[in-house]
Design a protein around this ligand. Structure first.
Ligand code: SAM
Ligand code: SF4
Ligand code: SF4
Length: 344
């Protein structure tokens, strides 16, 4: 099949392990106003840290052109991320451009710090749903984790504004780190059960190479489910679709559901359909990659649509990544790309 016929058919391009290309995460800025200890530790991302120049970032036109090309290779869902995506100026304009792509499920992950201000304009631009990260309802714990003393109440205000604007469903991401916030698991579950939002617990991962990850700090998805179940009994629920990252559990009393993302203790590489584009336009086929493929160079050198399609297909069809299945003491030490740059 030629690059043009792949593009024309919208048939998903498959990798060497037969996995289709279905999801795309695009990092639209490598900057963030938080310094979460598990993602952008202050000792590394300090005052002197060199973030990308503005000219290095993909423009909205470049992002939209890539998004359209990826859709033709089978992508159905695009998540904007970062860094903190809501600090990218005029993000509403980008959302409006992407929302014009027919049939695309467009979403965004944010730390929620400016959501109270932006929820209505994001919705008006065409965003349908949103994921907000929040690691605790306890100010001392949350401030210690975001490391910039950002209060819980402001994130909750943002979540309420998103609900009022009609962004639905709202999902909440909580990274759990042993000895840091596991006491927040049950209060978070209780609060978001009552609010009717889906809380998803993420096992602390060895992304990047600066967050000092240790297996001992991981609270497993199993432990999380058992802990909540003691208070509010849970039962397993079927996945919504093949390749869903979060394992679903629903409350036996009919009061909604939670998700657990067990990327460390129950690797889900065999169904991984995700590609990532970094802030400066490099294509990565795994969250734990050490190198990417420069699509920005192609765009800025005037590549034809055909050449772009050939490049995307060329990368995806060679893909054999399964990092979480082969994680070892050796892989943990690799110089992996930081999550704030590649997009979580
Ligand atoms: N700034 C936005 C936010 O925090 O939602 C979007 C980018 S952030 C990198 C995307 C997601 O990755 C967040 O939910 C964050 O909690 C999660 N994350 C970051 N570092 C992580 C780690 N080491 N292990 C597990 N999840 C992590
Ligand atoms: Fe910023 Fe999100 Fe990383 Fe926290 S997890 S430092 S909010 S990019
Ligand atoms: Fe996908 Fe890589 Fe994560 Fe496996 S480790 S699920 S291949 S991103």
């Amino acid at each position: 099949m030629t690059a043009t016929s792949i593009a024309a058919s919208n048939t998903p391009t498959r990798d060497r392990l037969g996995r289709p290309l279905r999801d795309l995460r695009i990092s639209i800025t490598d900057r963030c106003n938080f310094r979460c200890t598990y993602c952008m530790p202050k000792e590394v991302f300090g005052k002197d840290y060199q973030f990308l120049e503005r000219s290095a970032l993909l423009s909205f036109e470049e992002i939209t052109r890539l998004a359209r090309a990826f859709v033709q290779h089978g992508v159905e869902k695009i998540r904007l991320t970062g860094g903190e995506p809501l600090i990218r100026r005029n993000i509403e304009q980008l959302i409006a451009m992407l929302a014009e792509i027919p049939g695309l499920d467009l979403t965004l992950t944010t730390n929620g710090s400016s959501l109270a201000k932006k929820a209505a304009s994001l919705k008006a631009a065409g965003l349908k749903r949103i994921t907000v990260s929040l690691d605790s309802l306890d100010d001392a714990v949350f401030m210690g984790m975001n490391d910039v003393d950002f209060p819980v109440a402001k994130v909750l205000e943002g979540i309420d504004a998103a609900a009022a604007a009609g962004l639905a469903p709202i999902k909440i991401n909580m990274v759990v780190k042993r000895g840091v916030n596991e006491h927040s698991i049950v209060p978070m579950a209780r609060y978001f059960k009552q609010q009717g939002h889906i809380l998803r617990f993420i096992e602390f991962m060895d992304v990047g190479h600066t967050n000092g990850w240790r297996m001992d700090d991981v609270v497993s998805a199993r432990e999380i489910v058992d802990l909540i179940s003691k208070d509010m009994p849970l039962e397993p629920a079927d996945p919504n679709y093949t390749g869903e990252v979060a394992e679903r559990w629903r409350y036996k009393d009919g009061g909604g559901e939670i998700g657990v993302i067990a990327s460390v203790t129950q690797a889900f590489c065999k169904d991984c359909t995700r590609a990532r584009i970094s802030t400066e336009g490099k294509l990565y086929t795994c969250l734990f990659a050490t190198s990417g493929h420069d699509l920005r160079a192609l765009l800025r050198n005037g590549a034809s649509d055909e050449a772009l399609h050939a490049a995307i297909a060329g990368v995806w069809t060679k893909r054999a990544d399964r990092y979480s299945e082969i994680r070892s003491e050796k892989t943990v030490k690799l110089e992996k790309i930081e999550m704030s740059y590649i997009g979580g």
